[in-house]
Write a protein that binds this ligand. Structure first.
Ligand code: ZN
Length: 239
């Protein structure tokens, strides 16, 4: 019978480990040390989820490895749907704000048109995000086709997708703008864009075990393709 493949990942060095802790009795647990770096394989299993959340916000690589490889829930599709709706809503509100700034009143027709625009923004966000994902996968596969030895043993396509979904949580920084009505300020938008880019770069380098420069290169081209496609779709709508 073939040996079962490793299920967990050391949050410090990214190598695979068979288990994260040994249970001696219902009340006694001992955290396992990684065979490669000799540190505790995953210290976060003893931490409060709030601490994990804070470390994720601070773009800590160890926290990302814990959530992506060692957490029980690996299904991020609900978060993906919320993020798409949220991003589309933010864009819709921004465009609506700019459009209505020159008008003194809103007619029922404008409201109907606004609703259609929201669905259009949703479609645009889905197509743009799919483009980013597609280009990221393509460039990654091309890289591994040339350098097959660089592919990490614990890499799976679904983990890269989960990681990219998680890295978009910076978009929630738009919430204060939506609440207080200061939406669309250039500094705030640039800050969110920069933070999201850093987050995407970090998760990509964690999942694909690449340098920050290599990760930045791939994510940058993915984002350029995404925004170019969104720009083309907007132009088609205006014509
Ligand atoms: Zn290790």
């Amino acid at each position: 019978m073939a040996a079962r493949s490793s299920l967990y990942t050391c949050v410090n060095c990214g190598s695979q480990v068979q288990e994260l802790f040994k249970q001696y009795s219902p009340a006694v647990l001992k955290l396992v040390h990684c065979g490669k770096c000799h540190k505790i394989a995953d210290k976060y299993i003893e931490y409060d989820p709030v601490i994990v959340m804070i470390d994720l916000v601070l773009l800590n690589e160890q926290a990302y490895r814990h959530v992506l490889y060692n957490s029980p829930s690996q299904n991020h599709w609900r978060l993906a749907v919320i993020l798409v709706l949220f991003e589309a809503y933010s864009e819709w509100m921004t465009h609506k704000d700019v459009k209505s700034s020159g008008k003194s009143h809103t007619s029922p027709y404008d409201l109907f048109e606004g609703e259609q625009s929201f669905y259009f923004e949703c479609l645009q966000t889905v197509v743009g995000s799919s483009m980013l994902l597609l280009l990221t996968y393509t460039l990654t596969w091309l890289r591994w086709w040339v350098h097959a030895e660089c592919r990490p043993q614990n890499y799976r396509n679904i983990i890269l997708w989960n990681a990219l979904v998680l890295s978009n949580c910076g978009k929630f920084l738009m919430i204060p703008s939506l609440i207080w009505g200061e939406i669309g300020t250039e500094t705030h938008s640039l800050f969110i864009m920069g933070y999201t880019f850093l987050s995407q770069l970090k998760v990509y380098s964690v999942v694909c075990n690449t340098s920050k420069v290599g990760a930045g290169f791939i994510i940058f081209f993915g984002l350029v393709a995404k925004y170019y496609l969104c720009y083309m779709i907007s132009n088609m709508k205006l014509q």
